[in-house]
Design a protein. Structure first.
Length: 141
């Protein structure tokens, strides 16, 4: 199996991050043009005057830069150690898929209970990804 296959889920997650980033100016400029906020409301980030639908893309973007850092690091570890296997790739793609589901919910109807499920499961999947790297699917005795 080609160890560099691990870069595909990394690229997919990076694309998702860039899509969330692109939504920030789209929503902000649209809100300013519609007179819902002023440009000054963004001077220090999102002020209390910024409507939820305008603020959410920025929060989603931050979510995609926080815990996923551990995903990127682990992917590089798998590649450098030549430890990429089918199970690791499956876990990596599952993580990316769950983060995509979380982002879709967050950026559309934003039901906290609904987005908590893929978020929480993605964290377990990420922990499994790390455990698989260090223990090869076997926990120490």
């Amino acid at each position: 199996m080609g160890r560099h296959l691990i870069f595909a889920p990394m690229g997919a997650l990076a694309c998702l991050t860039f899509l969330a980033l692109a939504m920030i100016p789209i929503r902000r400029i649209g809100a300013v043009r519609a007179g819902r906020v002023s440009a000054a409301d963004f001077r220090l980030g999102d002020s209390a005057q910024v409507p939820e639908d305008v603020a959410i893309p920025n929060r989603n973007y931050m979510n995609l830069l926080e815990l996923p850092v551990l995903f990127y690091v682990a992917c590089f570890m798998y590649d450098l150690a030549a430890r990429v296997d089918g199970y690791a790739l499956t876990i990596a793609w599952a993580y990316v898929g769950l983060r995509a589901v979380h982002s879709i919910i967050h950026l559309t109807y934003n039901n906290v209970r609904h987005r908590l499920i893929p978020f929480a499961i993605s964290n377990v999947v990420l922990a499994t990804f790390w455990l698989h790297f260090f223990f090869g699917g076997r926990l120490p005795a």
